[in-house]
Ligand binder design. Sequence first.
Ligand code: FES
Ligand code: FES
Length: 155
Amino acid sequence: MASLNVNGKSREFQAEADTPLLWVIREQIGLTGTKYGCGVAQCGACTVHIDGVPTRSCVRPLSSVGPAQKIVTIEGLSADGSHPVQKAWAALDVPQCGFCQSGMIMAAVALLKAKPKPTDADIDEAMSNICRCGTYNRVRAAIKLVASGGPAPQV
Ligand code: FES
Ligand code: FES
């Protein structure tokens, strides 16, 4: 039996030590918001936070993550999509097909935590995720919207 702390809860499951963390999250724990794109750390669709660090979970074996480390997935950002980054994404209709977007959001959340007012160069460096639908301009605009205080409330 293995155990991980995911989204603030301790989860116990059976898995081999070399199972990629992505598959543990999706198959053993049942959180399917984190996506499989390339499997080789290139696309970022599988991005989760481990102790606050954006991490490509497709190439992290289970054995490399301890039960005391705090893993956060897209489901752990908020219960109802109310995280400021999620609200900015919705306000600007960032997603197209949506497949890459949980990874994009997790990367953006980590960036904005480290640099609340990121420059274009900061965004270029942090947002190496790949989007086949080409949402890059809207991703950048949504990050800047959060940096400027977020979307105005709907009335
Ligand atoms: S699925 Fe992990 S980086 Fe593409
Ligand atoms: S929104 Fe379709 S891959 Fe990014």
